[in-house]
Design a protein around this ligand. Structure first.
Ligand SMILES: Nc1nc2c(ncn2[C@@H]2O[C@H](COP(=O)(O)OP(=O)(O)O)[C@@H](O)[C@H]2O)c(=O)[nH]1
Ligand SMILES: [Mg+2]
Ligand SMILES: [Zn+2]
Length: 308
């Protein structure tokens, strides 16, 4: 029987079969998937085959894990070489950002977008707390919207206080599997409560926003959307781990750069000060936003000498 993993709590998994019935399932035997070392062999979103063990207890055994369309993983905070697969088979990743209380930096947004590109997961950006926008925030929102849409990303603005933009956001999630992430305090849980009435997630006061340094090991969990589709919440996850990327490859993960790479004079161009660089030319004539180029440059620098 086919089933989908909705939640992992260590060695037991909550799965839903094709007929809509829930089971507590576990794996037996050794599974090797995708040739990666993982601290959890199964991830939320995985498609599996199960055999019912005990009808009364709703327990089942997972016998087959189907190949993943895509997946997002994260480096284990404790063991650098171990990866933790957070979620799989995603239609899109959604970054919830805010322009104030707290302010999400553009650098953080761009790293998220690069990671999404690497994982082959289309990304959308939501600017929440639009009720707090004053002139300054309206201006930067306008800039971000133009810049990210030009790069090919969908941009939304929402306010859970004014209950605005949530219909548009729900429409963009219909019949898709969406992974939601973003800094603590940006309003993810509050948004989830609006999108999934009855879920009653814990929302926290911004005063309790301490983000950094907290490594609460919380598991991802998937929910069915009332209008069709699924949403994956990843409490405690600040950002995706950037998978290994070489300096050479980085510009492939900026869609507006990717489209122009063939026009650079040198095919190993890193778009810094090489002659005949089509990327620099596009920045000069305004076809690529300078702020995106700055992010590219900063990430490139952070990759250091090491090329994987
Ligand atoms: N002004 C304003 N505050 C919001 C909005 N959405 C959420 N908040 C508040 O932001 C704080 C953090 O929200 P929460 O949902 O816990 O954020 P999370 O950490 O991303 O899950 C809470 O005090 C919410 O009431 C919004 O649209 N506007
Ligand atoms: Mg939350
Ligand atoms: Zn170039």
């Amino acid at each position: 029987m086919k089933a989908t993993v909705y939640k992992s709590t260590g060695s037991w998994y909550t799965v839903k079969d094709e007929s809509g019935k829930w089971h507590n399932a576990r794996m037996k035997g050794v599974f090797k998937i995708d040739d990666i070392t993982s601290t959890n062999p199964l991830a939320v979103g995985d498609f599996v085959d199960i055999e019912v063990e005990n009808e009364l207890e709703n327990s089942a055994t997972i016998t087959v894990i189907h190949e993943r369309g895509n997946y997002i993983n994260r480096q284990s905070p404790r063991f650098k070489h171990q990866h933790h697969i957070v979620a799989s088979n995603l239609s899109q990743s959604m970054l919830v950002a805010t322009l104030r209380e707290p302010r999400t930096s553009q650098g953080f947004i761009d790293r998220f977008l690069v990671a999404s590109e690497m994982y082959h997961v289309p990304a959308v950006i939501v600017f929440n707390k639009s009720d707090l926008f004053r002139e300054k925030e309206e201006e930067s929102y306008g800039h971000f919207k133009t810049m990210y849409e030009a790069a090919g990303y969908q941009v939304f603005r929402t306010s859970t206080v004014e209950n605005s933009g949530i219909g548009e956001l729900s429409a963009a999630m219909k019949d898709k599997t969406t992974l939601i992430s973003g800094h603590s305090g940006v309003g993810k849980s509050t948004l989830l409560n609006h999108i999934l009435p009855g879920l009653k997630q814990k929302t926290r006061d911004v005063s309790g926003w301490s983000g950094k340094g907290q490594h609460t090991t919380t598991f991802a969990e998937m929910f069915d959307l009332p209008g069709g589709g699924r949403l994956i919440d990843t409490p405690g996850m600040r950002e995706f781990g950037l998978v290994e990327v070489s300096k050479q490859e980085l510009s492939h993960y900026f869609p507006e750069m990717r489209a122009r790479l063939n026009d650079c004079q040198f095919n190993n161009c890193q778009h810094i000060n090489e002659p005949g660089c089509a990327i620099k030319e596009a920045v000069r004539n305004g076809e690529i936003d300078e702020d995106r180029y700055v992010s590219y440059y900063n990430i490139l620098e952070s990759l250091g000498e090491k090329s994987y």
